[in-house]
Design a binder for this molecule. Structure first.
Ligand code: GTP
Ligand code: NA
Ligand code: MG
Length: 347
């Protein structure tokens, strides 16, 4: 992580959308290419989340000759594990995802869970200050499924579209027009990213193929450039505050009941006293061992302290009473304890 005047934390990016639209495949495509280009796992695989370092994003987007440089410190990408669980995560409100990729299958258009995802993102916008809106980019995926589509590797998607036959171009235009109308019916403005002038109020649509990787550089560039342009305050790292949400409560082999926490901001230490619906002391702070170090014994790395933004596995007593989707607070003084207990009641 580069030092600058203000230290930024990585934006949290949720990938959302209807079943089988290609959310996981898109992430696979992002990870594989980055792994290939940077050797020895430049990517940290975390619990249910993947950290993509800035270097990888720069490398992946360099053919786009972007005018602005990329400052944001990577992206923490979370593949949403289905609508139900995601709803739990959302209960904490606006703290979790800073940016979102809404995946739509170009051949199917908007589907029930696309609409549910839109609703969740809208909910996130109520009651919050304007610049707290999550930035949403629509990945219009599976463009390679359009009949007669030709893949032009490494050609930016906007140019690749111009290189298609007139039939493919017509079909593409027809599908996009229909999908923009479907979004409008949900009260959302959308526009193809290369035509979009108002990215805060209009979601950009990036045509993608998770199979060929086409459109993915454009998607990444939009996310990081807009995050760094519009969210500096929100993404400023703060050591004086801990913001975390319980993602999952589960029994982990050899560790008993553990919680997976997204640490959005601040720093956690071994021995910290935490309150949520539970009140306990952190026994260990764990992250999964990168695949490149599998010859070393144990699946986890033990940490004395961990800085945001990361997904962490915590072991402690009483965790069976923890609740997914609730906030985690750290108690440093007696005042804290009273205040947090009150907050927890409101959660
Ligand atoms: P859930 O997690 O179950 O909601 O699905 P998902 O959205 O993660 O979709 P997934 O990545 O599992 O992909 C579903 C199927 O679509 C798989 O068979 C993928 O290979 C295929 N697929 C995904 N993206 C593309 C694409 O861009 N083009 C084509 N042709 N197939 C794709
Ligand atoms: Na699937
Ligand atoms: Mg998936």
């Amino acid at each position: 992580i580069e030092e600058s005047e203000t230290t930024l934390r990585p934006p949290i990016c949720c990938v959302m959308g209807h079943v089988d639209t290609g959310k996981t495949k898109l992430l696979d495509s992002i990870k594989r290419t980055n792994v290939q280009k940077t050797e020895a796992g430049g990517i940290t695989q975390q619990i249910s989340a993947t950290y993509i370092p800035t270097e990888n994003i720069r490398e992946r987007t360099k053919d786009l000759k972007a005018d602005a440089k990329i400052d944001v410190t990577g992206l923490l990408v979370i593949d949403t594990p289905g609508h139900e669980s995601f709803n739990n995560l959302r209960s904490r409100g606006s703290s979790l995802c800073d940016v979102a990729i809404l995946v739509v299958d170009i051949t199917n258009g908007l589907q029930p869970q696309t609409i549910e995802s839109i609703e969740l993102l809208k909910m996130k916008n109520t009651d919050v200050i304007e610049n707290d809106k999550p930035l949403v980019v629509v990945a219009l995926n599976k463009v390679d499924r359009l009949y007669g589509w030709k893949t032009f590797p490494d050609v930016p998607i906007a140019n690749a579209l111009k290189l298609q036959s007139s039939d493919v171009q017509l079909e593409f235009k027809d599908k996009v027009t229909k999908i923009i109308t479907q979004f409008k019916e949900q009260g959302v403005n959308t526009e193809l990213f290369y035509k979009n002038k108002d990215r805060l109020d209009t979601y950009s649509i990036v045509p993608t193929s998770a199979i060929s990787g086409q459109g993915i550089p454009e998607l990444l560039l939009l996310l990081v450039q807009w995050a760094q342009k519009t969210m500096i305050e929100k993404l400023t790292y703060r050591s004086d505050l801990v913001e975390g949400t319980v993602m999952e409560v589960k029994v982990t082999e050899g560790l008993g009941t553990t919680i997976d926490v997204i640490l959005v901001n601040g720093v956690l230490h071994k021995g910290d006293e935490i309150v949520g619906p539970i009140h306990t002391t952190i026994r260990s702070l764990l992250t999964p061992r990168p695949v490149t170090e599998l010859h070393i014994k144990g699946d986890y790395i033990y940490h004395k302290e961990i800085k945001a933004t990361q997904v962490i596995k915590i072991t402690a007593q009483n965790l069976e009473h923890a609740v997914a989707g609730t906030a985690v607070y750290v108690v440093r003084t007696n005042d804290d304890l009273a205040r947090y207990k009150k907050l927890v009641m409101e959660d």
